[in-house]
Design a protein. Structure first.
Length: 256
């Protein structure tokens, strides 16, 4: 029996995310991100959905859409056939790429809209990849008030939130710890991160015992393999950094 579609938002704004199967990397190179964005933008045009904002991380995507939930479902179904087929052919793999069809939440009001947009744009900031949202290439943050960005999306963002204020709020939000209720409201992908003990056991299986105390000094090729295996296991950048003593920036680079 097919799963029921998620409910719509009174603003017609939907908070949607999708994660790699078992946390695996879904973008290895810039070419992968470029093709995913091409698939996403083409599907949005085809099904009449407006992409309001997005961020592409190594193992998941998080975005805001304006439109009906049924049309958003069609967008992700289209990406599921185009991008996944292309990705599997490129990397010589088969089977599913995603952990789920997609996860979604309706955005109920302007405040939730603002907080969720800032949360999405600050994802690479909180992960330690960049210092400011506009420094991350694979996000719509720096282009949303330019002609590079979809005109309809600019109109919706500016009339509902004010793009200038959204940018200011995003920078302010990056400097503070989110209230737990706000974070829960903004998050859309369930947290299935394994415990530190489980990840430590995984590291012990992958790294020789004599090298456990000097992981950052191991070869770059080995570290890249280690990071990608731990991401597949379901760990995240912060947890891998904490356990291996690699910096979060190093982990982020090795994951790409």
């Amino acid at each position: 029996m097919p799963r029921p579609l998620r409910c719509d938002s009174p603003l017609r704004v939907l908070n949607i995310g999708q994660k790699g199967h078992n946390g695996q990397v879904i973008f290895y190179y810039d070419e992968d991100r470029e093709y995913y964005l091409e698939c996403l933008q083409n599907a949005c045009k085809k099904f009449g959905v407006v992409l309001l904002g997005y961020v592409l991380m190594s193992n998941h995507i998080h975005a805001l859409f304006y439109g009906d939930i049924e049309k958003c479902a069609s967008v992700f179904q289209s990406i599921g056939s185009t991008y996944v087929r292309w990705f599997n052919r490129k990397y010589g793999r088969t089977g599913t790429l995603w952990n789920s069809r997609f996860y979604s939440k309706p955005v109920q009001d302007e405040q939730q809209f603002l907080q969720t947009a800032a949360y999405i744009f600050n994802n690479p900031v909180k992960a330690g990849i960049v210092k400011r949202a506009e420094n991350y290439r694979w996000s719509s943050f720096r282009d949303m008030d330019t002609k590079k960005f979809d005109e309809k999306a600019r109109e919706i963002l500016d009339s509902t939130l004010s793009i200038a204020y959204l940018k200011q709020y995003t920078h302010e939000a990056a400097e503070v710890t989110l209230d737990s209720d706000v974070q829960k409201q903004c998050e859309v992908i369930p947290n299935t991160t394994p415990s530190d003990l489980e990840v430590i056991d995984a590291v012990k299986r992958l790294v020789k015992s004599k090298n456990l105390g000097k992981i950052p000094m191991l070869s770059r090729s080995f570290l890249r393999k280690l990071v990608k295996e731990l991401l597949k296991f379901g760990s995240n950048i912060s947890q891998i950094s904490r356990i291996t003593t690699l910096t979060r920036h190093q982990v982020s680079v090795l994951a790409t």
